[in-house]
Design a protein around this ligand. Structure first.
Ligand code: PMP
Length: 438
């Protein structure tokens, strides 16, 4: 075996590489709720890998489906040929999706799903003869992957800073969370609507006839677990309807039971025009992403005088047979074990357990939604992010717990198969690690 410090090959993200090599956190195996280190230490998975493995790890039926598919049909070219798994998966996703989101396009990641959705939005208006609708609107603190489209509409300035102007004509809605205001605003029915009215200001500034689409994560995930204030998503939908603007929900994190429903759209009773998904569609086993598209959009390409042929977009690995087989087996697990319902039932248990950490040293705020939790820690002087980083490292090395961090925020997003005892264990270990980094 090669030790990570010996590796000349490089594949970790730029930002993680150096710190990792100083202090490697190597993983060798996984099963159900646990990872195992090369020396056999069990690590409770508090983050479903990376918001992916909602069915837990290495589930026998999913493994068997991938193996059987590899033996049967390893690859199917994506443009002029098809295979049954892709069609079956598309129709199963359509049946799970809200409203008339009846068509699925497949790609290989969340970033590709976002770029695909943005391209579909622009092409839709072109096909409809409204090619002037080119502006895209994202949200501050939105994360939409690392494609050029995703970083353009994404609301993280540092992710854009090396790449010039990127997509022209992008605006960002203000973000909707502030610790100071949250206590008295999150539950206020009008507050979310009030914040969403910022979209009206952007429309007034640019004119609706120039705006193609708005893209938001229903709950901003990787920038710190920021639930939407009450009424926010509903008001965005109203304003988009008023001006004929397309609404895209990026559900790469929220989808597949994370918030107790197949999609967050269902939880909030809002039907967007497109939903992007990835990660948990096949419980993280084989790279896959995709976009669910409304009939209105699909029909504009398929039934109008212009044909789909005018929109060239697709990937060599779109609807890869292994990814599709894994997804179909995963959706069976979700259904047979009622994992979305389970997440919903566990939501209050999880919330109460996490909230018990309030009052620990340096804990500034705790938020939960579905089976997602976040703990904001206070920074040490002149060392932003260092406390959470140390917490993540110690949790893994000393306590056998995997957590996720962004800045000084710890995120926990366990597989949906987590037991109540394991929620207790997770929170107990979190409490210990927070005390340890005091
Ligand atoms: N959108 C959202 C909401 C995400 O959370 C992520 C990844 N965390 C992405 C898009 C990008 O997905 P990927 O890393 O698979 O490209």
């Amino acid at each position: 075996d090669v030790a990570p410090n010996d590796l000349e090959a490089w594949w970790l993200p730029f930002t993680a590489n150096r710190a990792f090599k100083r202090n490697p956190r190597m993983i060798a195996r996984a099963k159900d709720m646990h990872y195992y280190t090369p020396d056999g230490r069990a690590v409770l998975d508090g983050v479903a890998g990376l918001w992916c493995c909602n069915a837990g790890h290495n589930r026998a039926s999913i493994v068997a489906a991938i193996q059987a598919q590899a033996a049967e049909l390893d690859f199917s070219p994506a443009f002029q040929f098809g295979h049954a798994g892709g069609f079956t998966l598309a129709s199963r996703l359509a049946a799970m999706a809200p409203g008339d989101l009846d068509h699925a396009f497949f790609c290989n990641s969340g970033s590709e799903a976002v770029d695909t959705a943005l391209k579909i939005a622009l092409a839709y208006w072109n096909v409809r003869g409204e090619g002037g609708r080119t502006r895209l609107i994202g949200r501050e603190r939105g994360y939409h992957g690392v494609g050029f489209g995703g970083i353009s509409v994404g609301g993280i300035v540092t992710n854009r800073k090396f790449f010039g102007t990127l997509l022209a004509g992008v605006d960002h809605l203000p973000h909707t969370y502030s610790r100071e205001h949250q206590a008295f605003t999150m539950g206020e029915p009008d507050w979310g609507a009030h914040l969403a009215d910022d979209l009206e200001r952007i429309v007034t500034l640019h004119d609706a006839s120039t705006i193609a689409a708005v893209i938001v994560e229903p709950m901003a995930g990787s920038t710190g677990v920021l639930p939407p204030p009450k009424g926010y998503l509903q008001r965005l939908r109203q304003i988009c309807d008023r001006h004929g603007i397309l609404l895209i929900f990026d559900e790469v994190i929220c989808g597949f039971g994370r918030l107790g429903h197949a999609f967050a759209a269902e939880r909030y009773g809002v039907v967007p025009d497109m939903i992007t998904f990835a990660k948990a569609v096949n419980s993280g086993t084989v790279p896959m992403g995709g976009v669910l598209v409304s009939s209105r959009i699909y029909d504009a390409f398929m039934k109008g005088p212009e044909r789909t042929i005018e929109l060239f977009h697709g990937y060599t690995y779109s609807a890869h047979p292994l990814a599709c087989a894994a997804a179909l087996a995963t959706l069976d697990v979700y259904r047979d074990e009622d994992l979305f319902g389970r997440a919903k039932r566990l939501e209050p248990v999880f919330a109460e357990a996490l909230m018990s950490l309030r009052g620990l040293p340096n804990v500034l705020d705790i938020r939960t939604l579905g089976l997602v939790g976040a703990i904001d820690l206070a920074s040490r002087p002149d060392a932003a992010g260092a406390r959470a980083f140390e917490a993540m490292d110690r949790a893994f090395q000393d306590l056998g717990l995997m957590i996720r961090i962004t800045g000084e925020t710890i995120a926990v997003t366990p597989p949906l198969i987590i037991s109540e005892d394991q929620i207790g264990e997770l929170v107990d270990k979190l409490g210990r690690v927070i005390r340890a980094v005091a």
